[in-house]
Design a protein around this ligand. Sequence first.
Ligand code: EPZ
Length: 430
Amino acid sequence: MDSIRVKGGNQLNGRIPISGAKNAALPLMIASLLTDDTLTLENVPHLADVEQLIRILGNHGVDYSVNGRREKQQEGYSRTINFSARQIVDTTAPYELVSKMRASFWVIGPLLARMGEAKVSLPGGCAIGTRPVDLFLDGLQALGAELDVESGYVVAKTKNGRLVGNRYVFPKVSVGATHVLMMAAALARGETVLENAAREPEIVNLAECLNAMGARITGAGTSTITIEGVDSLSGARHRVIPDRIETGTYAMAVAMTGGDVLLEGARVDLLQRAMDILAESGAEISQEEAGIRVRRNGNGVRAVDVTTEPFPGFPTDLQAQFMGLMTMASGQSKITETIFENRFMHVQELARLGARISLAGQTAIVEGVSRLKGAPVMATDLRASVSLVIAGLAAEGETTVSRIYHLDRGFERLEDKLSNCGAVVERLSG
Ligand code: EPZ
């Protein structure tokens, strides 16, 4: 199993190109199931999760080509990929595939809308919490789906071959359930109104793509989304937005080590709250034409309290990285996680580097220390693992992060991007 070795102590200076967003690319790829035409997606990041979803979609009959070539591109950053679901050959998403990546459960929406049936494995739990699917099931039922759960599978059918528009109020904000209901309602008969919908930029990116395919969606980015169903959707060409979590992660790395980095292609509007918090902690952030510039001149990091919230609040996917930063702040900060119930597994690993963190329910209390010291640590999930890398960049000596397959799920060429800015980071195989 590969690991990453970081020698801490260097500032970061230079440019980091921000990749296409994983969490936008995945639902966009799934949207290709809605049409027999070709959906061309630009700026798709080269990540393990994307490769895994390509395999899952292939099982349903989705063919793909990368920049005109069938094989995957080994080198280079984000790519253009054509997805073509001319014929859906299988409406079942098996446990072996869905259990590897939760987002693959989302195929249930387009399969049901286009084929009138779907049999999709329940995803099961995951490292950051139980993550149920009740909202997906309630919402699809509201659109007229008949659902059964049999032997770990959701078996879904439409009554007369088509879903029917309806009003659905989410009892809790869910990104995935909003994606799925928006895709399902795009091909339903009549109008659907989704209330208390997620407002994340990835929802807006999907709605824009669906509209380019012929859907009639308004209100994405607000908590009320209206979808006028259409009979069929066509192909389109659409660009994946820059990854706001990758942006925030590198911004926090610079805030932690000091230095001056241009995050190329990044947009402040995709993570305003996180940028405001970072500025409060002492970083200088400015939107420039080419991207976001982050600077810290070596002065200390100030402690700031943070609570994770749905967009436009502070994202849960940056909580671990921010905790990394706060371990070296002057004073105490409180970090409260409200989205997932078990997303503090990085606490014990950060403690191995000398961080002082105690947990009180859903709040981590971080007492800043003046220095961290390198140690072997273990990645437990995607965002937790990158928090260990950025803490390692600021720690004295050597930090080895093992189990970095988590990192490869969501960070494109992390070690190259950091090394190009002066960090000493290398991947060790085996
Ligand atoms: C998306 O997950 C992201 N994944 C997550 O990023 C992100 O942390 C999360 O949104 C919150 O922003 C992708 O986009 C692929 P939710 P999702 O449904 O859609 C509960 C990463 O590191 N809930 O918005 O699965 C749920 O348990 C990942 O890139 C129900 O109770 O998240 C959670 O507490 C991790 N019932 C809350 O809602 C349901 O039916 C929000 O989850 C669905 C969700």
